[in-house]
Design a protein around this ligand. Structure first.
Ligand SMILES: C[S@@+](CC[C@H](N)C(=O)[O-])C[C@H]1O[C@@H](n2cnc3c(N)ncnc32)[C@H](O)[C@@H]1O
Length: 309
């Protein structure tokens, strides 16, 4: 698209396809207003926030810089904004459009091959920091089963500056994203990522094993919001018939790999904590306990190694 030409939005519902395409001459303030209107028409929960983020991403500006100069024209960013807006209106999460998502304050790369790291997964990092409070500077060994984008592994290695970590994922494409994030966070010396089926072929011991496995019951996937259903990988979501399939593999394998004073922390879906606690007790874990996320949902289960010190 040449500067000054109308950016032709694809035929989609909502105002974005009704001849209100952005041009190089559109001001930022006007673009913002149109985006808010379009996102509001599409019943987005936070149209103004989404509009601001979309506009900032397309223009490559911080929110502060954007607010400081509302009368600037879009210029070359018009084409990008048109594309971003139509993709967002079509249900693609902004993180997947711009390829970035923040987790534990880290600006991570994401792609269609990895689950978007979620704020509720930070519960695992919070639990780890609390459970290992007296051991923050020790060279603990961390295993992340289903490493995905590397979000958990990166956050944990930042919180435990002497720790070393191994991440495992069955998806080669996800492992590549994890490696890129590890490198970008400056953690390459302390972390390794392998392709594998959970803990198969992994040698312990580990002091901390974490996992945010796929836990959505297969039959519920069709009813997920389209941002999730259509844009997160199925392998990151599908937890089998009852949603608990991955825990049946991860819990017994972790019991063998943990050091005697080690801990396992797994994320669970809403309503699954009780079942996973029972599975943990059956696998021999001691002092198994639930952890709530910021919304008050029982989000993680943590337990002590079955082996005694
Ligand atoms: C819910 S995502 C979690 C990603 C990341 N740890 C996070 O918390 O954002 C689950 C990950 O487990 C991986 N996975 C699924 N089945 C697996 C298996 N059998 N062995 C290893 N990884 C698996 C998926 O590819 C996906 O990356």
């Amino acid at each position: 698209v040449r500067i000054g030409e109308e950016v032709q939005a694809l035929p989609r519902p909502g105002r974005l396809s009704e001849g209100n395409a952005f041009t190089a001459l559109t001001t930022r303030a006007e673009a913002f207003r149109r985006l808010v209107e379009a996102f509001r028409d599409l019943n987005f929960d936070e149209p103004a926030r989404e509009a601001r983020l979309t506009l900032c991403a397309a223009c490559g500006l911080s929110p502060t810089a954007m607010i400081a100069a509302p009368d600037e024209r879009l210029g070359q960013a018009a084409a990008r904004l048109g594309e971003f807006a139509v993709r967002r209106a079509d249900g693609e999460p902004l993180s997947k459009i711009i390829g970035r998502r923040e987790f534990w304050g880290l600006p991570l790369f994401v792609s269609r091959d990895v689950l978007d790291p979620r704020p509720e997964t930070e519960t695992i990092v919070e639990a780890a920091v609390a459970l290992f409070a007296g051991r923050r500077s020790e060279p603990i060994r961390v295993l992340d089963l289903g490493v995905g984008s590397g979000a958990l592994l990166c956050a944990l290695l930042i919180e435990f500056p002497a720790a070393r970590g191994l991440g495992v994922d069955r998806s080669e494409a996800a492992a590549a994203v994890a490696r890129a994030n590890i490198e970008a966070c400056g953690l390459a010396e302390r972390a390794e990522v392998r392709i594998g089926d959970w803990a198969d072929g992994v040698d312990g011991p580990f002091d901390l094993i974490v996992s945010n496995p796929p836990y959505v019951p297969s039959g519920d996937i069709a009813n997920l919001p389209r941002e999730v259903r259509d844009h997160d990988p199925r392998a990151a979501l599908d937890g089998g018939a009852d949603g608990l399939e991955a825990f049946r593999a991860i819990l017994p394998a972790s019991a063998v790999l943990l050091s005697p004073d080690g801990r396992l922390i797994v994320e669970v879906g809403a309503g699954q904590a009780r079942s996973v606690l029972a599975m943990a007790a059956e696998a021999g874990f001691r002092d198994a306990a639930k952890w709530r996320d910021l919304a008050g949902v029982e989000r993680a289960v943590a337990g002590r190694s079955p082996r005694r010190v």
